[in-house]
Design a protein around this ligand. Sequence first.
Ligand code: BMA
Length: 350
Amino acid sequence: MVNVKMVNKALLLLLACALCACQQKSKMLFGHQDDVVYSSDWQRLADSTYADTRSCIHDLTGEWPDLIGFDIGGIELNHSRNLDSVPFSRMIEECARQFERGGKVTLSWHARNPLTGGNSWDTTPCLAQVVDSSTAVHDTMQVWIERAAAFVAQIAALQTQPDQLIVRLWHEQSGNWFWWGREAGSAEDYIALWRWTRTVMDKQLSLCTSLYAYSPDKLTLYEDTPEGAYRETAEWYPGDEYVDIIGTDCYHHGGAEGTEDYLYRAHRQLDAAARLAKKHGKRFAFTETGCESLRCPNWYTSVLLPLLREYPDIEYVLVWRNAWDIPTHYFLPQPNTSEADDFKAFMKQM
Ligand code: BMA
């Protein structure tokens, strides 16, 4: 005879597990670029030890960040510091600490223009040459990708848990501000660059693993409809074998008056990325966002939070850096300000 009590107990257990799984799934991670190396009024930019680690998010909330973003721009030239003066040795130390705490790291790469040697924003066209294996620019790029891959491999090897490292390659290609942007070459060339980069990285990472993220920005190539946005997002997609996470980058400009425009673009882009992610069975993220100088009051609780609530499948959201070198270029508030209270309230409700 079936013991009713036991069946009830088993059902309750199942329900508890299901609830638990739901709760785990809905835990969206929050990240900040360069969170532990500087803020607008402090710097930890020496090649030093763990002892003086500090974090913008920890200063605000008392908690260590779920996710930290770092940029490896400069590694291609064997520089000792990245384009924002973060020593690569320091980056490695901070990644190790972050992984030990159980957190995640996302890497981006503002690589220089391999044709001119100018920075990422030097849009002198070069993409077709870069992917043409008969050119000298291709040879340069091969060396650059190998250097980047060797550095990424060092970081990947520090992971203490699966899926702690996310490498976001050739981001914001839908814009026209980087040399790999959509005006600089065809979707075919962009995809070739992406696949080549990932292939070299995979080889150097060997047994270590990383997740790879694809993240367009503004979508203006086709008609301003959900279909047009999706078409552009899908056209530059490097392919299922190469991409693990599909996301988008979208910023709030123009203070409170810019809210409507931000939400409009964010919806378009998030909808397109979510649709592509679903279709291809990929993870989904809000790979970069923010409101510079927090010019829109209570931005975190009044603009970002309601937006995120509409997209429970977003795995993580990353806001950009609190630059030590540009006073107005910050995306997290300073502690002890009204905006800090807003951010704390946001983090509690995330
Ligand atoms: C940009 C700005 C730049 C910075 C670059 C790489 O969005 O923050 O000042 O050099 O990212 O971090």
